[in-house]
Ligand binder design. Structure first.
Ligand SMILES: [Zn+2]
Length: 473
């Protein structure tokens, strides 16, 4: 008896193994070449996630929707094939209270699913489909693989957190990549190539099957996004371009897979969560959220906080500094200056010195630092282009003198002063413009602004800012 039982257990184990393998099978995937360490993914993802959590409205962590998405996510993360599990990755899930049909995952595992995505999905499987696709990008380390491909390992990933946030809320991931701006390098981590899209669709199908979902739910979700999306869905589609016959490729993969028998029957719970979300006040779009929070170029609309008040007493620059770092440069600013950034520029200004007037974003004290596209590769001509743009946008200003040669972060630079009577303060305003070439079609600038009668108080802060400026690439 004893002997018999022991032998009979072997075919049973073999059978189990077989079943497991049938579930796990499907197209073999090779993760792309990557010069970064998995811990780099974790670090950059963690920094970006901290910023995202600060800037975007998230549904409460202990609320029904968040708990639910967290549970589905954990199921999917556990179903990642062992060869793509990274011990240091942490798959954590949050729901963004935004109406766009969008979701994004950051390197190392933090994932954000928009409320609009959950409301648009027709089944839990469809929602899980997008999540499995996003998880696949993370598990295959597509973000850092893309950075590897585009820049070698030269990009300082640690500095990219802010750029990622800009790419997400700026809503123009595609534009940045097209510009090739170094500040926009964060976008590389979230906008995927068609080759990576196919990989994420294939691995996503495998993860779904292993977690007990029909892999075809992923294909169905793409239809839902395209159909329901309208103006609310294109963001996701632009970061996840259709590699061509996407649905057929998923169907082909689905035929190779056996769905795990631990199939979830979750339609009641899913409907309940959707009903809860639909009872909430309507969510804003990402761009509405962004426009309340951040400010880009002063000439591109009103993007300072709506409640910002300009005028009255402005505190002098603090003698303590804090460091601001982007993917491209590092600079020190007085620690009582707030910052408002987008993908190409960042404004630093004290309270009382920024606001919106007649649909324009204006600031009276502080500095703006950024990169602008120019059509000249000669520093002086490029600077002329930039300065004439400032003069056009601020017709009370006039050039005060010639260019002065100077240095900026170790590079040849030009300085030029503009001045005029500000319509905000009704005082004479002094504007110092510093420029240096980034490459033959991009100009880096620092513009420092203060009323003439307070300019002396700003001399040290402005000089220290320029002294501390470093380029990181
Ligand atoms: Zn994708």
């Amino acid at each position: 008896m004893d002997r018999l039982r022991r032998t009979s257990i072997i075919p049973f184990i073999a059978l189990l193994l077989c079943a497991a393998m049938a579930v796990a099978q499907g197209t073999r995937i090779t993760a792309p070449k990557n010069n970064y360490k998995p811990s780099d993914d974790v670090q950059v993802g963690r920094e970006a996630a901290a910023q995202v959590s600060k800037e975007l409205p998230l549904l409460p962590e202990d609320g029904n929707a968040d708990t639910y998405v967290e549970r589905v996510g954990a199921l999917l993360a556990a179903a990642i094939p062992p060869e793509f599990q990274h011990g240091e990755f942490h798959y954590v899930f949050s729901v963004v209270n935004a109406s766009d049909i969008n979701a994004f995952a950051l390197p190392g595992g933090p994932m954000f699913v928009n409320r609009g995505m959950i409301e648009a999905a027709r089944t839990e499987g469809e929602m899980a489909g997008v999540m499995a696709h996003e998880i696949s990008h993370v598990a295959l380390r597509h973000g850092t693989a893309q950075a590897t491909k585009s820049q070698g390992a030269g990009v300082q990933l640690g500095a990219i957190g802010g750029a990622i946030l800009g790419a997400i809320i700026g809503g123009n991931v595609g534009d940045i990549v097209a510009q090739g701006s170094q500040l926009g390098v964060g976008a590389y981590l979230l906008k995927y190539s068609r080759e990576y899209e196919t990989q994420a669709d294939v691995l996503g199908s495998q993860i779904l099957a292993r977690a007990g979902y029909d892999p075809m739910d992923l294909a169905r979700m793409f239809e839902t996004i395209e159909k329901e999306g309208g103006s609310r869905g294109p963001e996701w589609l632009s970061s996840h371009p259709n590699p061509g016959n996407r649905q057929e490729r998923i169907a082909q993969e689905a035929r190779l897979l056996r769905v795990s028998s631990a199939r979830r029957n979750s339609s009641a719970e899913f409907s309940q969560i959707q009903a809860t979300l639909r009872r909430m006040p309507p969510a804003r779009t990402m761009s509405e959220i962004a426009s309340n929070k951040s400010h880009p170029n002063p000439d591109s609309g009103s993007r300072y906080p709506d409640n910002a008040r300009i005028g009255g007493d402005v505190p002098p620059p603090s003698s303590r500094y804090r460091v601001f770092e982007s993917a491209f440069f590092r600079i020190s600013v007085p620690d009582n200056w707030r910052q408002f950034g987008d993908n190409t520029s960042v404004t630093f200004a004290p309270d009382g010195a920024f606001g919106n007037q007649e649909g324009q974003s204006v600031f009276s004290h502080g500095a703006i630092v950024g990169v602008v596209d120019v059509s000249a590769s000669d520093l002086q001509r490029a600077s002329d282009q930039y300065v004439s743009g400032i003069l056009q946008g601020n017709n009370y200003l006039a050039i005060e003198g010639r260019y002065q040669r100077t240095r900026l972060g170790g590079r040849d630079a030009l300085a030029r002063r503009l001045s005029g009577t500000s319509r905000i303060t009704n005082q004479r305003e002094v504007v110092d413009v510093y420029t240096t070439m980034v490459n033959n079609r991009q100009l880096f600038y620092v513009v420092q602004v203060a009323p003439a009668n307070e300019r002396r108080q700003y001399t040290k802060a402005f000089n220290d800012m320029l002294q501390a400026l470093r380029f990181l690439n």
